[in-house]
Design a protein around this ligand. Structure first.
Ligand SMILES: NC(=O)c1ccc[n+]([C@@H]2O[C@H](COP(=O)([O-])OP(=O)(O)OC[C@H]3O[C@@H](n4cnc5c(N)ncnc54)[C@H](O)[C@@H]3O)[C@@H](O)[C@H]2O)c1
Length: 337
């Protein structure tokens, strides 16, 4: 398949993993002149059948190795469950392909570090898909902080709650309910760790931990709590799953002159005292499609500021894994009745 983005040949993309995210990225990539989706692979024949029905022009490989080593692939997007990211990404980079990997980078720090080292060794574009990286609300926050509109930053709060885990759109992703690679910390909190790191600097986990259900030794956490510092700024995390209530994503920046509330990924509110007021954002929102375009820039030698590189994703992973592996406070809670 040969197509052109203006004067430039399209980047030939291979996709690994055709579940919730792989399906979404594939649907975006086929609309972009920057990319030609040439092949894809999933271990699940049902996932392949679904994708083949939607994208009959794409060829489906018999293995992940076939995708990453194919001479007709320039770049690989990896949307497998996290425990398969490392080997796929390293094999792709070794074969000279650029890599766009889903978060979390990996599930062991040793693997994350190997991925960062491989990206440096092979000199290919290597980026991670954090949903907030090019959101208009985040760009607004970044500008507002740079211009000193918030005054002194007194603290950050991250509050997450999920009535169902995994959430409805990932209902088929059983791995998310497992302790080895799933859980709300890796899956969701990672985005807000990325955001905090991006806006305030690297995070130092002071006292962090998770609660696991007693009933199932393999189940992912049902709560996470944390006190961290980003530079001098205190960061408080509280997150719960399986609770009666709304699905909620809140990231609050408390400033002495202006505070911000980023709610449910895209909704930005501000207060200079008194009620939160909606911030009307005029720039485009940012989406899988815009991040794919940023990745195309990276593949062509650019250094797009709003795309997380592997080193950034490793810093996020270090914080995320601290929640799971800390010796500071670790409790178990009774199963819900
Ligand atoms: N950036 C975001 O906003 C965002 C949102 C959701 C999920 N994610 C991330 O995307 C990744 C995938 O999540 P998902 O929700 O699509 O999960 P999913 O379970 O829906 O999809 C994963 C797919 O990978 C396939 N698979 C498993 N092992 C494989 C292997 N070795 N090779 C090829 N395919 C394999 C599965 O059959 C499945 O179809 C995870 O890392 C997740 O954290 C990112």
């Amino acid at each position: 398949m040969q197509s052109w983005a203006g004067e430039r040949p399209a980047i030939r993309l291979g996709i690994l993993g055709l579940g919730a995210m792989g399906t979404e990225i594939m649907a975006s990539a086929v609309t972009l002149p920057d990319f030609a989706v040439v092949c894809a692979y999933d271990v699940s024949p049902a996932a392949v059948d679904r994708a083949r029905t939607r994208h009959p022009d794409v060829s489906f490989a018999a293995s992940a190795q076939e995708v990453v080593e194919s001479s007709s692939v320039d770049a690989v997007y990896i949307a497998t469950p996290p425990m398969f990211h490392t080997e796929a990404a390293i094999a792709a980079m070794r074969a000279g392909k650029a890599v766009f990997c889903e978060k979390p980078l990996a599930i062991s720090l040793a693997d994350g570090r190997r991925m960062v080292a491989a990206a440096a060794e092979w000199g290919v574009a290597a980026a991670v898909n954090f949903a907030l990286s090019d959101r208009n609300a985040v760009l607004h926050l970044e500008r507002s902080l740079a211009e000193g509109e918030v005054g002194e930053v007194r603290g950050i709060e991250v509050r997450l709650s999920f009535p169902r885990w995994p959430r409805d759109f990932q209902a088929d992703a059983a791995w998310l309910a497992g302790r080895d690679q799933g859980g709300l910390v890796r899956e969701v909190l990672s985005h807000f760790v990325y955001l905090t790191d991006r806006l305030l600097g690297p995070l130092d986990p002071v006292e962090v931990g998770v609660d696991f259900p007693l009933a199932d030794p393999h189940a992912s956490e049902v709560a996470a709590r944390g006190f961290l510092r980003a530079g001098g700024v205190p960061v408080y995390v509280s997150a719960f799953s399986g609770v009666a209530g709304p699905e909620l994503y809140e990231w609050i920046l408390w400033g002495t002159r202006r505070s911000y509330l980023l709610r449910n990924w895209g909704e930005l509110l501000a207060s200079e005292g008194g009620e939160w007021k909606t911030v009307h954002l005029t720039q485009p929102r940012g989406s899988e499609t815009t991040r794919l375009s940023l990745f195309a820039d990276a593949v062509r030698g650019g250094n797009p500021r709003y795309l997380a590189d592997f080193a950034t994703a490793l810093r996020v992973q270090e914080v995320v894994e601290a929640f799971h592996h800390t010796n500071v406070v670790r409790q178990r809670c009774e199963p819900s009745r």
